[in-house]
Ligand binder design. Sequence first.
Ligand SMILES: CC(C)(COP(=O)(O)OP(=O)(O)OC[C@H]1O[C@@H](n2cnc3c(N)ncnc32)[C@H](O)[C@@H]1OP(=O)(O)O)[C@@H](O)C(=O)NCCC(=O)NCCS
Length: 152
Amino acid sequence: MADPFRIRPATLADATRLAELERSCFSDPWSDSAIREALGMPGALALVAEVSDRIVSYCLSRRVLVSAEVLTIGTEGGARRLGIARRIMEELIDRLVAEGVEEIWLEVRESNQGALQLYHALGFRPAGMRRAYYRSPTEDALVLRLALSEGA
Ligand SMILES: CC(C)(COP(=O)(O)OP(=O)(O)OC[C@H]1O[C@@H](n2cnc3c(N)ncnc32)[C@H](O)[C@@H]1OP(=O)(O)O)[C@@H](O)C(=O)NCCC(=O)NCCS
């Protein structure tokens, strides 16, 4: 069955909605200007999922040579556990592989069990830890890595 949502690349015109979603998803959200800046960075790739033209989920990434980093990802409260973040991440990974990316990195709060399950199912594995990386509340970050090519 076709997805009940549509995934497409984000544009600068989406920045205000992404900042709104970011505030609804995180206690230490990226600001409007940080999101705008991230969308315009060299190597930036952002995807959104829409239901009836309303953005309900998003992710922002940045590629440098053969490595990429997922900078932020979130799904609106009312649209969670429908598989949307998984599909966005799968689409992101496909697009990054097509661009020659060999590894993807991300950080996640160590208490964020839902996100950890999602990343584990996609093949991300623990690669390190950053002490007191997050604010509001202060918390360690687990660093996860997805190897996309043999030997990466
Ligand atoms: C984490 C988040 C992005 C997941 O978005 P989502 O669209 O609900 O995720 P999906 O429906 O695609 O979930 C895919 C799988 O991830 C896991 N998962 C997602 N949320 C989960 C939760 N709250 N508890 C347990 N497992 C969860 C499950 O394995 C799920 O598969 P299942 O529903 O078949 O069991 C969303 O909860 C969110 O926006 N949270 C706040 C922001 C955040 O924490 N972002 C990640 C920062 S690193």
